[in-house]
Design a binder for this molecule. Structure first.
Ligand SMILES: Nc1nc2c(c(=O)[nH]1)N[C@H]1C(S)=C(S)[C@@H](COP(=O)(O)O)O[C@H]1N2
Ligand SMILES: [Mo]
Length: 388
């Protein structure tokens, strides 16, 4: 959080009262995640750490996470979509905002919002979570939306990335004083991508979220979206794209969002640090709904976009049983699933899900997670307890 918080003046106007009615509700058959209908009830988890759900409503400069028991639609309303920003939420004026492309390019470029909106648009469903999301928050740092913008690679091609370039750095308008080696220096939020990662055709500069102009809190007027990656890659309030021939060493590449874990490195066990990049294969149960004695277990999957083979649910010591996938799921959306839990016996049960991708990777259990020091990348199976 930014104690100076120059975004404090901002009222709630941008993000509230701007539901997605136009884009969403009318056309969305609430397939597997219907809102609670008459006679339906949420079955409470008995392991519920309800304080985990005492999240703040959307407010300037606060982190906001979702009560995952309330996930009841395929797209997350803009005002429910989680919020993370490390330097507060800067004021940005859409009319005077400019995006610069600088560094090792044949043509340095500058775009206004109108310029970007006038280019070829792409639209994509992208869901993501914070690299710091986890079981302790019942996975509430999560959301799924339909975004519109321009392809990043079209901008980079127009600029002409020069030979020898190694990385592309994306700077946000938000800055803060960081104390580094005893010295206070002003730093902007920034993340970098290698040239091949940046050139992926799915990366986009998004100016629209669920049919609305990108809301203030989500990085207006334009943010980067790197589908399949943890949220930290999706730089909000984007102002500069810089091409360089060295690695970018910022706080959010090199110090935070860095997982420290024990790994086998060519036959030697070593403690290794890695920047948080693509999302690990993960599923989690978020809610159980009962209606007329019928129980349904519902949850989500997030991963790097690799197609899935199956999601399975296990009750107590029973066999893994296949869940049904929401037909709306797309490559980079979150993937919702549902499992009909027929005639559960009264009493306490443990339920858990696991996802397998087409390459045969299976979501691991907590016991299989490599020894880790950091809490980043919490993707293990998540058993829940529930009373019937
Ligand atoms: N400019 C800027 N972009 C940022 C951040 C930030 O602090 N500043 N936080 C990142 C992190 S850690 C996450 S998880 C996502 C959250 O995006 P959201 O708030 O729209 O959900 O934004 C990313 N982009
Ligand atoms: Mo994050």
């Amino acid at each position: 959080m930014n104690p100076e918080g120059n975004g404090r003046r901002k009222l709630l106007k941008g993000a509230l009262g701007t539901g997605i009615l136009a884009a969403g509700a009318a056309s969305v058959p609430h397939f597997l995640f219907p809102a609670l209908a008459q006679g339906e009830r949420l079955v409470p988890f008995s392991d519920d750490q309800s304080q985990s759900f005492q999240w703040n409503p959307i407010q300037p400069n606060t982190t906001h996470w979702q009560d995952t028991r309330e996930i009841n639609s395929y797209f997350t309303d803009n005002e429910k979509f989680y919020l993370v920003q490390h330097y507060g939420q800067p004021e940005v004026d859409n009319a005077s905002w400019r995006l610069k492309v600088t560094g090792m390019v044949d043509n340095e470029l500058e775009f206004s919002l109108q310029d970007l909106m006038g280019r070829n648009n792409i639209e994509q469903q992208v869901g993501f979570e914070c690299g710091g999301n986890g079981q302790r928050l019942l996975h509430g740092l999560i959301g799924n939306a339909n975004w519109r913008g321009v392809a990043l690679n079209s901008i980079l091609q127009e600029a002409g990335v020069q030979d020898g370039a190694k990385e592309i750095v994306f700077f946000g308008a938000d800055t803060s004083n960081e104390e580094i080696r005893g010295r206070e220096v002003e730093k902007a939020f920034a993340r970098s991508l290698s040239i091949p990662d940046a050139m992926r055709p799915e990366n986009m500069l998004a100016f629209e979220m669920n049919g609305e102009p990108l809301p203030h809190y989500h990085g207006k007027p334009v943010r980067l979206l790197v589908p399949g990656w943890y949220g930290v890659a999706n730089v909000k309030w984007l102002t500069q794209i810089h091409v360089q021939n060295t690695r970018y060493m910022g706080r959010f590449m090199g110090r935070d969002y860095v997982t420290l874990k024990k790994t086998n490195v060519g036959g030697t066990e070593r403690w290794v640090e890695n920047s948080v990049t693509t999302m690990n294969l993960k599923s989690a149960i978020v809610r159980v709904v009962e209606s007329g004695g019928q129980y349904r277990i519902q949850g989500f999957v997030l991963n790097d976009g690799t197609p899935l083979q199956s999601v399975e649910v296990k009750v107590d010591d029973g066999p893994w049983q296949r869940a049904e996938m929401n037909p709306r799921n797309t490559k980079y959306s979150w993937k919702l699933f549902s499992y009909n839990w027929n005639s559960p016996a009264p009493g306490e049960h443990t339920i858990v899900s696991r996802v397998t991708d087409v390459n045969g990777n299976i979501q691991i259990t907590m016991d299989q997670v490599p020894e880790k020091v950091s809490f980043w990348e919490d993707f293990a199976q998540f058993p829940r307890k529930i009373n019937i």
